[in-house]
Design a protein around this ligand. Structure first.
Ligand SMILES: [Zn+2]
Length: 319
């Protein structure tokens, strides 16, 4: 048992229930919205998010982990309005999402820089976890960083080490956006381990974009959870392949290392809703419940396996 921070307050890890470990309520850059999204209707988008999360509850999901951090447009007051109207627990995150450089706000401040101070990123992440995000009273329940095909650039490494340090200080679990085609999950594990992170508290995100079983076993053998977390993004890896890979991992004894999600969103400013639907018609919150779980059961997984993956593993991630 452990206490898990959600948008509406702390709950016990036993109350998480069926949990999708990587979903975004909004991916929305405020600066972009204020300057260019002239058609934006705040109330309409909030109502739409409430509807989508209500639908998610109706198909059997109790909780989501939302790793929308700096760089992806985190804005907690909007999430609070939605969380108050839905029956889904929302765990929000702290951290920083970059594939290369740190944002300019940190370029000149930090150890050895023009303004030579202790790492401000670590202090920010710890504050979000222990005191709350801005003045919302909402505490972050997870840490997030990224390492893409660009690899361990100085900016990526700086963020990753700050995330590792914040984990060591608080015990908060970590989600890493990785690019499995370049093996970047293993690099993340190495850096985080150097910072003293317990790798069993790390989800190596987007692991489901590869079907390279040897790579996935290596990541799992180091103790981390595999984020099979982009169901519906068939253009990165088709559904049948994603399913086959999970079935093989379970056959090899890795059921306790598997977590599920869509990496979907109620709204994302990268594309219009129409373009999003056209490119990835299955990329929505109901896909796992309606299509993925039946396919996993048909492929030989038991109801007990599904419970381990959807309930037991996310719970253990927090304990
Ligand atoms: Zn994501």
């Amino acid at each position: 048992m452990a206490s898990v921070q959600t948008v509406t307050g702390a709950i016990d890890s036993s109350e998480l229930g069926r949990t999708l470990v990587h979903e975004h309520v909004f991916v929305l850059n405020t600066e972009y919205k204020e300057n260019y999204l002239t058609e934006w209707d705040e109330q309409e988008r909030i109502d739409d998010a409430v509807q989508k999360l209500t639908d998610l509850k109706e198909v059997g999901i109790d909780s989501i982990m939302d790793p929308t951090v700096l760089g992806l447009g985190r804005y907690i007051p909007r999430i609070q309005k939605i969380a108050a109207r839905v029956d889904v627990n929302i765990v929000v995150g702290t951290g920083l999402y970059t594939y290369d450089e740190v944002p300019h706000q940190f370029e000149h401040q930090g150890p050895g820089l023009l303004v030579d101070i202790p790492e401000p990123l670590t202090a920010m992440f710890v504050k979000d976890i222990t005191e709350g995000i801005a003045d919302t009273g909402v505490k972050a329940g997870l840490l997030k960083c990224a390492i893409e095909h660009q690899g361990l650039t100085p900016g990526v490494e700086r963020v990753m080490r700050a995330v590792g340090q914040a984990h060591v200080q608080t015990g908060t679990p970590i989600t890493v956006h990785t690019n499995p085609a370049t093996g970047s999950g293993l690099v993340a594990q190495k850096v985080l381990k150097e910072e003293g992170v317990d790798l069993s508290k790390v989800i190596i995100g987007h692991s489901g974009d590869t079907n390279d079983i040897d790579y996935l076993c290596k990541v799992a053998d180091a103790g981390s959870m595999l984020g099979m977390d982009r169901f519906g993004l068939d253009l990165f890896n088709p559904l049948e392949e994603r399913i086959g890979t999970i079935i093989e991992l379970v056959r090899r004894g890795y059921v306790e290392n598997i977590t599920l999600a869509h990496d979907a969103n109620c709204y994302i400013d990268y594309f219009s809703p129409e373009a999003k639907h056209q490119a990835a018609p299955n990329w929505h919150f109901r896909h796992i419940s309606e299509d993925v779980i039946p396919a996993l059961l048909k492929g030989g997984l038991s109801e007990g396996d599904i419970d381990t993956i959807l309930v037991g593993n996310p719970r253990r991630h927090f304990e």
